[in-house]
Design a protein around this ligand. Structure first.
Ligand code: PMT
Length: 419
């Protein structure tokens, strides 16, 4: 077992944060180059989406050179081949979607749900927190229409980085000048530090398979890759939770900001470390595909052909989730998974049994009978059963990427965790 702490560097305050930077057609667009550089200097990964009019003020070449990534401004990447820009993927990529500078026109489009360019489509698809740094002339900024748009966006959870006062490009003096790049980067930093809905919450996630040795080289295992569990850990960490990720043998990097990763091999090891941390946790998610049985007395060296018997004696492994449910306090929230292979109807019956027996708040059912669901794929299709008093509520989700599934599941878990 090894613990892999997150790399620490005091200056890289935005290490691992993914900032999707929107740039609109304002003279302040030149400052976006400095902003992108400042965010990258602090450790963030930055991708840029521009409106067509922003390109009049600063070239995509400047910005792609600074970020080392292609800049997106059109729905089609290549008009001849018909290759298009996936605005949903961009909207899901970011931990934060920051539009700086944000003109009066874009503010209005965001407030009214207009979708006439790529940036606006990304805004409508974004699942991460959204920030705008307005930049416009004083009279435009104080116009009733702009103020109403800002209020509407604020009420919908968009953070507004207030413009500064000073000399404006129009020659007027007053409020409307986009905040300086360093100050915006500070705002972003603070937002990640304290503006996180799950800040202060501790969550343990189990992920991946376990391997139960038969001898020194063979084992009983399963096809779990850990992808689903790692996406859940990533989402929790992005929302500010302190995450302990207990991983079976997988080939995945630790998601940024996961506080602690503990690698284990067997169900017994996973049981021991989970039980050690569980009492300090606010919530637990058991996504690991834990072996239910293990060979009795595995050989410590390789068994040769002649040594192998026709039968392997098996015994039960500890049921980690069952024990978490037994030890669960009134304030702890527990989410389990149920991997089934039967029809949805049969699978739901089995999942409901696990929800009750293991004393869970949620069980996430995925069945291999659904194409694209379960092991290995980058997608999953889940149905979530939630215990509400003496009733069970059911939510059926469509086939989605595992990242999107993680967003849905953490949204549901959060309703109990922050209530
Ligand atoms: O890793 P991926 O390739 O992305 O695939 C994701 C997944 C299919 C593994 C995941 O979505 C999933 O379904 N995980 C649970 C797999 C499983 O073991 O299901 P189960 O129905 O056998 O177990 C029910 C629950 O009890 C699970 O939460 C499991 O973690 C837990 N359990 C089971 C046995 C055991 N000994 N200890 C446990 O804690």
């Amino acid at each position: 077992m090894t613990g892999t702490p997150e790399p620490q560097n005091e200056n890289l305050t935005l290490l691992g944060r993914r900032v999707l930077l929107g740039i609109t057609g304002s003279i302040a667009a030149y400052k976006s180059a400095f902003l992108a550089r400042e965010l990258i200097k602090r450790g963030a990964e930055v991708r840029i989406v521009m409106t067509p009019s922003a390109i009049e003020f600063i070239t995509p070449l400047t910005l792609s050179t600074l970020t080392g990534k292609p800049v997106h401004s059109d729905f089609t990447e290549n008009k001849d081949s018909g290759e298009w820009t996936n605005h949903v993927e961009l909207g899901l990529w970011g931990d934060l979607f920051l539009t700086a500078p944000c003109t009066a026109a874009t503010l209005s489009a965001f407030a009214n749900g207009t979708c006439s360019n790529l940036l606006q489509a990304v805004f409508l698809s974004a699942r991460c927190p959204v920030m705008v740094a307005p930049a416009m002339d004083l009279d435009m900024f104080t116009n009733e229409a702009t103020l109403v748009n800002l209020k509407t966006l604020g009420e919908r959870g968009v953070s507004v980085i207030e413009p500064a006062s000073g000399a404006l490009a129009s020659g007027l003096e007053g409020k409307g000048r986009m905040e300086e790049p360093e100050a915006i980067a500070d705002f972003v930093e603070d937002f990640f530090k304290i503006g996180m809905p799950l800040a202060g919450k501790k969550v343990v996630v189990t992920a991946g398979p376990t391997e139960e040795p038969i001898d020194a080289v063979r084992y009983l295992g399963n096809r779990s890759t850990g992808k689903m569990g790692f996406e859940l850990a990533a989402r929790l960490a992005n929302l500010g939770a302190s995450v302990t990720l207990i991983a079976g043998p997988v080939k995945l990097d630790t998601p940024p900001r996961v506080s602690k990763r503990i690698d284990v091999m067997t169900a017994k090891e996973m049981y021991e470390v989970t039980m050690e941390v569980w009492p300090e946790m606010d919530a637990g998610i058991a996504c690991a595909a834990v072996a239910d049985m293990r060979p009795v007395n595995p050989a410590s060296s390789k068994l040769h052909r002649g040594d192998l018997t026709d039968e392997i004696m098996l015994e039960n492994t500890p049921d980690i989730l069952l024990e978490m449910g037994v030890r669960k306090s009134a304030s702890q929230v527990l989410m389990g998974f149920a991997l089934e292979t039967d029809s949805v109807e049969e699978s739901l019956k089995s999942a409901e049994g696990k929800l009750e027996r293991k004393n869970l708040d949620f069980i996430v059912m995925n069945t291999l009978a659904d194409e694209g669901a379960g092991f290995s794929h980058d997608t999953n299709k889940v149905t979530v059963l939630q215990k509400v008093n003496i009733h069970t509520e059911t939510r059926i989700f469509e086939l989605k990427s595992k990242r999107e599934v993680a967003h849905d599941l953490i949204d549901m878990l959060s309703t109990l965790l922050i209530s």
